[in-house]
Structure formats: structure tokens, C-alpha cells
Design a protein around this ligand. Structure first.
Ligand SMILES: Cc1ncc(COP(=O)(O)O)c(C=O)c1O
Length: 474
């Protein structure tokens, strides 16, 4: 399996290729120097392949763009986006801190021996176990979500005999942004269960509780901007404006904290929501004709927007340490899902044109989040030539009993059972949200680096899928 490459012919599709995906000297498709046909033959399908060079480039490029614009900054990897242990280890080895949500992610990074000073505990509704563990460990910071949480953390820290570094997660007013584009922002910022509200005074009450506690040390403020790239009216300018305004408003609140409580804000944690460089394809469900490519801002323009806003608006004694918790950006284009065609069916519906269904052994259940976010998946066929005249459009689908549409009404060459299909941009929130519907075991994860391969997560077996079952005695 190798030879001729063909791929999604929608206009601009190649723009979204990660640099590590290319046609090799023999015409075969390679990812991080590994021939994908050979990989599929040796390891089987479906499989997730991670390009180590893409992952490391994504981190290094962002950190460099940020540091060259503003010295005092750091980036944590938000492991909710992708939790393969090898990925966490590779990024931590490159200076990434770790952003963990809730106790289980905290357990995972502790198990890897990540030093407490590199760990941020995030999340809302955190359990006592998570808060106690953070207090006992002495983590880099806990992002405190509410007044009730500040009080519980205070009691747990006292019990543990420690003091805990805290940043307070806040909800901003977004007054100027709402004037700019209310519908975009309302959709991009719908998750109001997180953090404490500035406008109502709640955020200031939480900061006061932290400042007044002998067991908590107030370090700064936190605000996360949700990645809006999947919204139909996404624009690079609006995305940048969203981050710029968030940083400016965060500074405004930092100034208010200083004036009212007399404490310095040493850290501003801006969360994630960054996807810099490249473009993503968005297709409203059922409307493939409305597919659109969304250009992402460059890392440098992102840095300019955010740090420019901080320098212009922060009034503290010294400029703060600026922290990011970036998940999707690091990994989104570093992972592909390699699958094989399991059947091709011509379906004739009375009164309509025939439809060609191409079934693959992967499933949309391996990237549930993408369907939720209404993003389509450029499909790439590895080993078939594209014949414009003889290629009817196709529905690329998985085998599960759910809708399982992977790409609708796309141009796909003639394919046969066993041919390979390669889905791009499968890194962010794909494996972590995948399901085992119809008892499908989840794929193997292979790390690729300059032509070498290493299995970093074995293929799930049927016994794994049912490992928790306790059958009734016959
Ligand atoms: C608090 C917080 N930080 C960071 C992230 C990571 O976001 P992204 O993957 O868009 O970088 C999230 C995502 O939900 C989040 O809620």
C-alpha cells in the first residue's frame, strides 16, 4: 500500500496540511518521514499517528513568538486536549507547565513525576480530594473558581498545614466587545458556569477571601477565552479582538484589585483558546456546500494583540508574569487518524440521484467533539489516483449505528476495500472525547519522528472495552 497520492479536492484543502505531511520521493504519502502505507500495513488500522516534530514545533514556535514579544511569560499544556502520556512528557521536557482539570488529571501528572511547581490545578466544582492534593503537593497555583471553593481550599490548606498559591478565575464584562459583535461573542463565550463575575462584585469578593486567608496566597487572575474557530461567522480579526479585549479587561480588574485591596497582581493567566498559524475547515452539518476555510492568526499577531493590551493597561508596580494554558494549539494538527475502507456502497433512493457511501474502519465516534463543534474533516486517500471525469461524489462514513458522518458530499476518487484514508487535525479533544459505541475498541497511538515509529498507546482490545463488566452467573 503506497504509491499515488490523492486528496480532498475542495478548494484550499492543501493549506491545512501540517508541514510534516508530504508526498515522499516515491510518490507515497509520508507523515513525519514515515510512509503511511507501510505504517498501516505494519500496525493495522485505524490508528492515530502523532508527529513529534509538529508537536514540538507548535510549542516552540508559540513560546518563541511570545517570549520575543514579552519576556515574562510561560505556557502550560492543557492536557484535557490530549492526554497521551508521551505527549505530556515531550512537552514538559520542552519547558511546558501542566494545566490539569480536576483530580484525575492531577493524578496522571503526579504519576509521571512532574514537579508540583509545574502543575496548575484548574476546573469548576473541584472535589475536596483535588483541592487537598493540590494543597499537600504545593502546586504552582490553583485557579479558584468561586467563593465557596476559596473557603473550602482555605480549610483544607489549614488542615494540611500549608499555604496554597491562588489565581482567581473571573468572568469579564466584555462591554466593548459586545458592541463590536454581540452574536459572535455570545456564542464564543457561552460557558458561564466557570469563574466569578466581575460586574456583580462576586469576583472581588473571591479575591478578598483569598487575600484575607492566612492559608492562601493571592498570586493573580485567570480568564479563559474559548476557541471560536468553528463558529460560522469566525474572523481572524474578531478572534484577535476577543483575546486583546480579554487581556485589557483583565488588567482593568487587576488595577481595581490593587486599588481596593492594596495587593499586587503578579500573574495574569489568560487560559487557552489559541490556534495560531494555518487554517481550519468548517462545514455546517447537512450543508457541505457552505464549507468555509477559516484563516488562523499568526503566533506573532497573537502575541502583539495580547501583550500590547497588557502593556497599555496594566498599572501594577511591575509587569506581571503572563501565563497561558494552551491545549488544542499544540496538538491539533500533530495527529492524523489513519483508516481503511471497509465497504463501498451505491445507494439508490427513489426519486434522487444515487449516492456513494464509502465506509471506513474509523468512526466519527473517535472525534465526537468535532461533530459537536460542526467541523468537517478533510479526507485524504493515500493510494488511489483521482479521475475527475469518473469520480462521483461520496459520503465518507463510519460503521457505527449512530449517524457517523465523517465528511458529506465530498470529491473522493474511486476506492476499494482496503484503501487508506487519512483524516487530518485529529489531535485536539478527539481521543479524549472518543467513545466505544458498538463495542468498537479504540485505535493504537503511534509516535512518529523523522522516519521512526514508536507505539505509545496500545490498541484497545474487546476485553478492555468490557473490562468493568461483571456478567450475571448463568
Ligand atoms: C481553563 C482552560 N484553560 C485552557 C483550556 C484549553 O483550551 P485550548 O485547547 O483551546 O487551548 C481550556 C479548554 O477548555 C480551559 O477551559
Amino acid at each position: 500500500m503506497s504509491a499515488t497520492l490523492d486528496h480532498d479536492r475542495r478548494e484550499g484543502a492543501e493549506r491545512s496540511w501540517p508541514a510534516a505531511l508530504r508526498v515522499g520521493p516515491t510518490g507515497a504519502l509520508e507523515f513525519d518521514g514515515v510512509d503511511l502505507g507501510t505504517l498501516a500495513q505494519e500496525r493495522g488500522t485505524p490508528l492515530w499517528a502523532i508527529s513529534q516534530s509538529t508537536l514540538e514545533h507548535n510549542f516552540d514556535e508559540l513560546l518563541q513568538a511570545f517570549r520575543s514579544r514579552y519576556e515574562r511569560c510561560e505556557i502550560a499544556f492543557s492536557m484535557k486536549a490530549h492526554n497521551t502520556l508521551a505527549v505530556i512528557q515531550l512537552l514538559h521536557a520542552r519547558e511546558a507547565k501542566l494545566d490539569c482539570s480536576a483530580e484525575y488529571e492531577l493524578d496522571v501528572v503526579r504519576g509521571l513525576g512532574i514537579p508540583a511547581a509545574d502543575i496548575i490545578l484548574n476546573g469548576c466544582g473541584k472535589s475536596d480530594r483535588a483541592l487537598s492534593a493540590a494543597a499537600e503537593l504545593g502546586v504552582r497555583e490553583v485557579n479558584v473558581d468561586s467563593l465557596a471553593e476559596a473557603r473550602r481550599l482555605d480549610a483544607l490548606a489549614r488542615e494540611a498545614g500549608t499555604t496554597v498559591n491562588c489565581t482567581v478565575r473571573i468572568q469579564l464584562e466584555y462591554e466593548r466587545l459586545l458592541q463590536l459583535d454581540a452574536s459572535y461573542l455570545n456564542a464564543a463565550n457561552a460557558a458561564d458556569k466557570f469563574g466569578s463575575d466581575v460586574a456583580s462584585g462576586e469576583a472581588m469578593r473571591v479575591v478578598r477571601a483569598v487575600v484575607e486567608s492566612p492559608n492562601l496566597t493571592f498570586r493573580g487572575l485567570h480568564h479563559h477565552v474559548v476557541f471560536p474557530g468553528y463558529l460560522a461567522d469566525y474572523s481572524t480579526d474578531l478572534a484577535l479582538a476577543h483575546h486583546r479585549e480579554s487581556a485589557a479587561e483583565l488588567c482593568g480588574f487587576a488595577n481595581a484589585v490593587r486599588a481596593e485591596l492594596g495587593v499586587e497582581v503578579e500573574r495574569l493567566n489568560l487560559g487557552g483558546g489559541i490556534r495560531a498559524s494555518g487554517s481550519i475547515n468548517v462545514v455546517p452539518p447537512g450543508r457541505p456546500q457552505d464549507a468555509a476555510w477559516h484563516e488562523l492568526p499568526s503566533a506573532a499577531s497573537f502575541a502583539d494583540a495580547v501583550f500590547g493590551a497588557i502593556e497599555a493597561n496594566f498599572e501594577g508596580a511591575a509587569l506581571p508574569l503572563v501565563q497561558f494554558e494552551s491545549g488544542g494549539h499544540m496538538i491539533w494538527d500533530a495527529v492524523i487518524l489513519l483508516a481503511a475502507v471497509s465497504e463501498v456502497k451505491e445507494a439508490v433512493r427513489r426519486g434522487g440521484p444515487p449516492k456513494r457511501f464509502v465506509y471506513i474502519d474509523a468512526s466519527a465516534m473517535m472525534f465526537v467533539i468535532r461533530s459537536m463543534l460542526k467541523m468537517a474533516h478533510p479526507a485524504f486517500v493515500v493510494d488511489r489516483p483521482f479521475d475527475e471525469a469518473a469520480t462521483p461524489r461520496a459520503e465518507l462514513v463510519g460503521q457505527t449505528c449512530l449517524t457517523d458522518t465523517i465528511a458529506e458530499n465530498i470529491e473522493l476518487p474511486a476506492v476499494d476495500v482496503g484503501d487508506l484514508v487519512c483524516l487530518l487535525h485529529q489531535g485536539a479533544y478527539c481521543e479524549t472525547t472518543s467513545t466505544q459505541v458498538n463495542s468498537f475498541p479504540r485505535p493504537e497511538v503511534v509516535l512518529l519522528s523523522h522516519g521512526s515509529t514508536r507505539v505509545v498507546k496500545r490498541r484497545e482490545r474487546l476485553e478492555d472495552v468490557h473490562a468493568r463488566d461483571i456478567p450475571l452467573q448463568a
